[in-house]
Unconditional design. Structure first.
Length: 298
């Protein structure tokens, strides 16, 4: 049975008459009759008994209708999905980001996305890059943000923005007394450090070691946001990514890029074999714009 045969047969079974089926399908009665006759000819059996102008389904037609009714519901669902995909209105987008980016970049981007897709749905989560890679590979997330390129063959990366690592200097510290880039050798205030396994924290420590420096540090934190909060509280200074730095309280903290500069890139991560749908690509655009606005505020 062809698709048109299925539609007409289903409509006739529902309506019980040729005229009723024609109204359901928005076509003429002769067109319904012609398609139905062609369907019966192809099947090699009658689907309806015609008695005094009325149609009575045969037992064969009743059995066919059970399966065709399921198929028709699937076709309706497929058409609805296709319409949603064209507009992006009802699409589900699953976004994961590292905690830093979840707090700094995502809120502004979601404001624009929610306006563009008022019927859209987005699931937001934060995690570390290793867990993010697993979520993408398992199909548990559609896209992700990280400051780390995982260099995984199953993950596609795209740079959305780039900026320098920033020294957060508490007001009143010697480092906050001046503007402009802060040479690593001029850091004297105690550091709120990041763990050795943190990629960016590791880059900073390597840069210090290359200059023969050993910054004083008693506190080690797991997240950039906590480091920023501690600096704002006057506990010490810290070196963080530019997106965390952009949200620092400027009445308590002076922001200074490092010298020499240590660049940081914001990566969009997706599964290499799963292209993004329209609304997800639009969200990527808003995420890139929000990230660049963060950098412009430095």
């Amino acid at each position: 049975m062809r698709l048109r045969h299925i539609e007409v047969f289903h409509a006739v079974m529902q309506a019980g008459t040729i005229s009723g089926a024609a109204q359901l399908l928005h076509i003429s009665q002769p067109a319904v009759t012609k398609v139905l006759q062609h369907c019966e000819l192809q099947l090699g059996m009658a689907l309806f008994d015609r008695v005094r102008g009325k149609l009575y389904p045969t037992p064969e037609a009743e059995r066919l209708f059970v399966e065709i009714d399921k198929l028709n519901r699937d076709l309706v669902a497929i058409r609805r999905l296709a319409a949603n995909l064209r507009s992006g209105e009802s699409e589900q987008v699953r976004l994961v980001a590292t905690p830093t980016l979840g707090a700094s970049v995502i809120p502004a981007a979601m404001t624009h996305w929610c306006r563009a897709y008022p019927a859209g749905h987005c699931t937001l989560a934060t995690n570390h890059t290793r867990e993010i890679v697993s979520a993408l590979l398992l199909g548990e997330a559609d896209l992700a943000l990280s400051l780390q390129d995982p260099r995984h063959p199953g993950i596609k990366t795209e740079v959305l923005a780039s900026g320098p690592m920033i020294a957060l200097c508490p007001v009143g510290s010697p480092e906050a007394a001046e503007d402009g880039p802060l040479p690593l050798e001029q850091i004297g205030t105690e550091l709120v450090a990041l763990p050795a396994e943190d990629p960016l924290g590791n880059v900073v420590m390597n840069a210090c070691e290359a200059l023969g420096l050993q910054p004083v540090s008693r506190l080690t934190v797991q997240t950039y946001q906590l480091a920023r909060s501690l600096v704002e509280a006057g506990v010490g200074m810290s070196i963080v990514d530019p997106f965390t730095a952009a949200s620092a309280d400027r009445s308590r903290v002076r922001l200074r890029p490092l010298a020499p500069a240590i660049p940081v890139q914001l990566y969009l991560l997706t599964a290499a074999n799963a292209p993004l749908a329209q609304s997800a690509r639009r969200l990527v655009k808003y995420l890139g714009e929000a990230a660049k606005q963060n950098l412009e505020s430095l």
